[in-house]
Design a protein around this ligand. Sequence first.
Ligand code: HXC
Length: 254
Amino acid sequence: MAVECVVENGIAKIIIDRPKALNALNSEVLQELKKAIAEIQTRTDIRVLLIQGGGEKSFVAGADIAQMSDLNPLEGSEFGRLGQEVFSSLSELPFPTIAVIQGFALGGGCEIALACDIRIASEKAKFGQPEVGLGIIPGFGGTQRLARLVGPGQAKKLIYSADIISAAQALAIGLVEQVVAPEQLNEAALKLAQMIAAKSPNAVRLAKIAINQGLEGSLEEGMRLEASIFGLCFASPEQKEGMTAFLEKRPAKF
Ligand code: HXC
């Protein structure tokens, strides 16, 4: 098994660990990832997911080039669709997801990170979409999600050049949200996960829906969506608890 999933105190952790290939994604790993995501998606006890690569060197070094090398067009398309399906199920998880990136996040590895809500990286992490150097294009959502996250110009620069960039450069273009020293990565990721996990899970999940669905349409549609979801918050006991706790000058318990 290359994919492990553990849940502790409301924080789920998925680890992709295939050391002999720097955690590269072949179809077996993708199927394992699909299963792990399916198993956690309906769990109401989970408040946050951390996803990371095993070992020190690599988050995920991409799709498995050895496996892809002999694919025909139909098989290539199926492989791409499998990855797209798995990464979409990751991006559609109802709770926040954080990619914890200690090393290479290349090709499909960068695309997993893009499918998460937030990316925290070590100063040693490296990012890139090297596909055009292999005669292919990003096929697990990269052409779409990268352009949406960093803007079309930066996405095109990265994708056309196949350049590998540092964590500092990734931070500068908005490809990651936080960069920390390598030895602080796990602690920083856990700290953020714990901060999120301590808040109203209902409100956090609704905020995710408002942001993600809102981005699909116009600002006006997004505003209407926000107003509806804002109203919905008042149907939850968590709103009563949050506001009562404030007025009683005590921490809220969710
Ligand atoms: C298969 C891979 C791999 C990959 C590394 N390995 N990346 N195997 N697919 N994506 C294997 C190597 O072949 C090698 O196996 C072992 O992992 C260690 O890697 P090295 O190259 O020896 O390490 P190093 O010299 O440190 O270089 C690290 C690296 C390099 C810069 C990350 O491995 C590299 O460039 N990897 C490919 C990155 C890439 O192009 N990713 C995008 C793939 S395309 P052996 O057996 O020799 O020890 C993609 C498309 C997504 O992701 C969409 C598909 C639809």
